[in-house]
Design a binder for this molecule. Sequence first.
Ligand code: ZN
Length: 248
Amino acid sequence: MTLLGVTLILAGLLIGSAIDAAAARFAREEAWMMPRSRCTACSRPLVWYELVPLLSWAALRGRCRTCRAPIGWSAPATEMAGALIAAAAVFFAPDGLVLFTCAFGWLLLALAAIDFRTFLLPDGLNAALLTLGAAMVALTRPDDWALHAAGAALGFGLLWSVETLYRRLRGRDGLGRGDAKLLGAIGAWVGITGIPPVLLIASLSGIAAALALSVRRSTPLSGQSAIAFGPWIALGGYAVWLLQPLLL
Ligand SMILES: [Zn+2]
């Protein structure tokens, strides 16, 4: 593996750690950037050796050093995801697109981390994803711009229609508007042909996750069960972005 590859994977751990902290602060409605990370149970500011991705969590066995409150799985899971996104980019990204691919994946991870906690997909992050996708198309495949613009329109239009129809028929929200914006932004990356496989992966993985959750909570799955769909759209988007060039 190249030095760039190793650097990106290590950067992925740190970016995953920052995303987890930012998502937790967003969920608590605090400022995204705070001077120091703190234990959420005892409010003690954390020192540097408690903030090393994966290693600190493992060394502390998932508990605060002083108050012993469980730290939870989200930090190591998000750090691991940040590194896996980079590793997948290093091995599978189209030639010359490793950095674009990492940025795409990490933005998707940030959206997924926030949606898991809050059922919200911030407009700013969706807009960043769309802008970066437009820049990628302009710089690397300007002749294909129409396919990518159509992908964005189809992605947004499809979920917007589902959302609107569901609300008319059932009188309550099934999908959020953020989901439509997210699929639209992903469409700018994967193009119009990428939208059906993204939706397929998102639906199958989302249903599998909902079933797993209902088994664990031993409550049957119903129309009232709330599950964040954004993380599964994000997963589908990244998988299709990486696999599409290999399949075509
Ligand atoms: Zn504590």
